[in-house]
Design a protein around this ligand. Structure first.
Ligand code: FAD
Length: 355
């Protein structure tokens, strides 16, 4: 997707210009405050990503008078935009739809003066300050940057899986396992994450069938031992999912034997795809360190090896991968960025009450 030079009139998705005077009045799910873009391209802090980490960082940075720019990406709102019910985010006892939760976070960030622009950052130059970032043909500059570009679940990439996402197909047992109490579920994958997901799902499901392409797991011996010994877990070796069955909701999977090519149907109520996540680090790789799994490495709390560049959320976290931990991380990165700016006399010191 390309954008016109200089302005943002042609942006695909919602832009929000923050206005600290404006109350949070727009109905949830609607644009909050859409105004012609003022073309601001310089900021004390630029936040890359508009998932829970990026938007929480934006709320904190905006309330510290830093008037952040959020370059939120074409997948504005992040991973929760593709989920339905979120039941574990504190403060919503009845649960909340993922897109609605993200709309609320956007509204909150805009209310305090964050400028939200839904474009992907294509290139950065962190060699000197101000840091430079390019997105949709526009150059942005910032004294500090918070990278909150998240991670994407790797899917099987078959049509039926995409169609039934949120209707029995999931990539997160911690998030959705609870919905499968006394149901039979499939877990696709053979690494440590798949084994962990399968074991977690035994807390709810009546039966967990692990589908793996090979005749042995890749995961650690300890995890393998626990999974193979569990009375609720069964393994379909040498099998791959060629179709997720079901019209409005999952009813099973069609499996192909990777040795014989034979196909058979396995009935189930849910399918958990656990074949990995891909952190969105491409544009930062020349500047920031990544760990062996490709996640950004932090030095201390949220700092990176580039002074003034901070990270938050799933782009650095392959362990917890939750909205609430990403949001917490966004808060920490914003506080660290504000303190760093103040120490370098690049920002007015926020008052304690701003946090
Ligand atoms: C199907 C599903 C259901 C889930 N359910 C739950 C749940 O019930 N409860 C829960 O706590 N967690 C849930 N999660 C996990 C949760 O969504 C993530 O942990 C959380 O969204 C991570 O937040 P984040 O801000 O770090 O990253 P993300 O949400 O991944 O957001 C990343 C952001 O970065 C942007 N971006 C990426 N690259 C660029 C770039 N080059 N330039 C600019 N922007 C960029 C994207 O557009 C996006 O806005 C679920 C995840 C999935 C996939």
């Amino acid at each position: 997707m390309t954008q016109g030079m200089g302005g943002f009139g042609s942006l695909k998705s919602l832009q929000i210009i923050g206005d600290a005077e404006q109350p949070l009045a727009a109905p949830v799910g609607q644009p909050v405050a859409v105004a012609p873009d003022e073309g601001r391209t310089e900021a004390k802090v630029i936040i890359v990503g508009s998932g829970p980490a990026g938007l929480t960082a934006a709320i904190y940075a905006a309330r510290a008078n830093l008037a952040p720019i959020v370059l939120g990406g074409y997948e504005a709102g992040g991973q929760l935009m593709i989920t339905s019910e979120v039941e574990n985010f504190p403060g919503f006892p009845e649960g909340i739809q993922g897109p609605e939760l993200m709309d609320r976070m956007r509204a909150q960030a805009a209310r305090f003066g964050a400028l939200l622009v839904d474009v992907d950052v294509e290139r950065v130059d962190f060699s000197a300050r101000p840091f430079r970032l390019w997105a949709a043909g526009v150059e942005y500059t910032a004294q500090s940057v918070i990278v909150a570009s998240g991670a994407s679940a790797i899917w099987l990439d078959i049509e039926s899986e995409t169609r039934l996402r949120g209707r029995g197909v999931s990539a997160c047992a911690t998030c959705d396992g609870f919905f499968f109490r006394d149901r039979k579920v499939i877990v696709v994958g053979g690494g440590d994450s798949a084994l962990e997901e399968a074991l977690f799902l035994t807390n709810f499901a009546s039966e967990v069938v692990m589908v793996h392409r090979r005749d042995q797991f890749r995961g650690s011996r300890i995890m393998q031992g626990r999974a193979l010994a569990h009375p609720k877990i069964r393994v379909a070796w040498n099998s791959q999912v060629v179709e997720v069955l079901g019209d409005q909701k999952v009813t099973g999977v069609r499996l192909r034997d990777t040795v014989t090519g034979d196909e058979r149907d396995e009935p189930a109520d849910g399918v958990f795809v656990a074949i990995g996540h891909r952190p969105n680090t491409g544009v930062f790789r020349d500047w920031l360190e990544v760990d062996p799994k490709g996640y950004l490495t932090v030095h201390g709390e949220t700092a990176t090896r580039v002074d003034g560049v901070f990270v938050a959320g799933d782009v650095r976290d392959h362990r917890y991968r939750q909205a609430v931990t990403a949001a917490g991380d966004g808060c920490r990165a914003a506080i660290d960025a504000e303190r760093w700016l103040a120490e370098h006399e690049l920002a007015e010191r926020a008052t304690a009450s701003a946090w």
